[in-house]
Design a protein around this ligand. Sequence first.
Ligand code: GLU
Length: 477
Amino acid sequence: MNKVRTRFAPSPTGYMHVGSIRTALFAWLYAKHTGGDFLLRIEDTDKKREVEGSIEHIIKCLHSLGIEYDEGPDKPSQFGPFRQSERLAIYQKWADKLIQSGRAYPDPYNPNELESFRAQAIAEHKPFLYRNHRPETLDKWDKTRPLRFKSDPKAYHWHDEVMGELSAGQEAIDDFVLIKSDGFPTYNFAHIVDDYEMQITHIMRGHEFIASVPNYLNLYEALNINQPIFATPPPVMGPSGNKKLSKRDGAKDILEYIDEGYLTEALINYIASLGWNDGSTQEIYTTDELIKNFALDRLQRSGARFDERRLIWMNGNYIRNLTIDELAAKAKDFWPAEASAYDDEYKKNVLKLVQERLKHLSELPALSNFFFIDLPIDHELISSNKKLSSYSKQQLEELLKTVNQELATSNFTVEDLTDKLNHLLTITDQSPAILFSLIRIATTQAPASPPLAESMALLGKEHVMSRINAQLKDWSS
Ligand code: GLU
C-alpha cells in the first residue's frame, strides 16, 4: 500500500474551534501511526470569508499543540504550494480538461435568474437542481461567468471508513460551480484537484461534507481519477448532546484554552477522546501512546459530546502528575505580578501547596496571591462563613488573641505549627471548623487556601504574626 498521506485543510476564517483541531489531530495521529505524512493546506479561495492573520493563527494553534505538519505553506515540498490562492494555474489546467471532454460549461444565468429558478422550485415544493436548467447549447467559457460541472446524475453507494456504507440517489447530484467569476475555484473543485495532486490517501473532514460526497464521486469519475479513502469522524456536539458544538456553548478558540493555562498534553488527550477510544478503559494517554494506539476503526459514528468539565478534570489530572520542576516551568507566565520579587525556591514551595487544587494555570494568581501580598482585610469572609458569623466580634477577637499568644512561641516548622494548632483546639475547646477557619482567614484573607500549617510555615512567622495583628487591630479600631 502507498504511504499514508493525510491533510488538514482549514479555511482562514479566523477561529480555530475544537472540532477543527480534532480533525487535524485525527489526521495527524493517523499519519504518524502509519509512518505517513501529514500536511497543512490553506483553503483560501473564498476571499469574502477570509480573516486577516488567520493563517498565522492556524499555524500557531497547530504548533502550540505539537501537531507538526510535514509539508505546508512554510514547509515547501514537491507537492506545494500549499495555499490554494497560489495554485490557480493548476485548477485552470484541470478545468480545461473538463471543458475539452465536454464536462464543464459557463453558467449563462445572472444571479436574479438563478434566484427565480430557486423560488420556482420552492413554490413547487421541489428541491432546487441547477441541472434542470442546464442550457441546451453550451457556450465557450470566457471566464467572466462561473464555470459549472456538467454532471452525470446517478445513484451512488460508497464506503466511509468510519461511517460505513453510505448511499444517495441521483437527486444528490447537480451541476455545481467549479470556478467562480472571480477566477477562484470552489472548495468542491479545488479540494479534489489538490487531494489528487498532493497524493492524499485519506480524507478526514467535517461531517457536513458527507452530503456532497456523491457530487465529488461524480467529479472523480469525470476527471478519471481515483477517490481517496473517506474517514469522516463523528460531529462534535455541544454539552446538551443534541446539536453541534458552537461558540454559544462557551466553546473557545483553542489558543484561548492554551492562554488560560490548559496543558497542551491534556488538550490533545481530551480532544482525541472526542469520538475515539482504543477499546480499553484508559483515559489518560501521552501523545506517543495516542499515536501508537490510534486506529480508524475505533472512531465512533455517533456524535461526541464536548464537556468542558471533563477537560478541566483531565487538565487537573495532568497538573497533579507533573513534578514540581515541570510545573514550575509551565507556570512561569501565570504568576501574580507580585511574585516576581520572590525566588524560585519559594515559588516552587507555593506550587507544592497549590498543585493539588490547580485545575488550570490561570487559577494560580487566585490560589496563591496571599503568599506574595498582604491582602486587605475582607469582612465578607467572616460574615459569609456559616459558623463564624454566629460569633460576636468580641468572641472572635478573644479567640484570635489566644492564637496569637500560642503562635508567638512557635518556631514555625510544619510539625511545631501542627502541634500548636492541635493544642489550641484543646485550650479553646473549639472545633477545627471554627478555629482553623478563623486562623485561615486572618492569615490569608483568601476564601480558600492549601493546608493550614504548611501554608503558615511557608509564609513565615513574621508575615503570619503581622497579619494576625492586623486583623486584631481592625476589630479593635
Ligand atoms: N476548507 C474546508 C473547511 O475548512 C475543509 C474541508 C476539508 O477538510 O476538505 O471546512
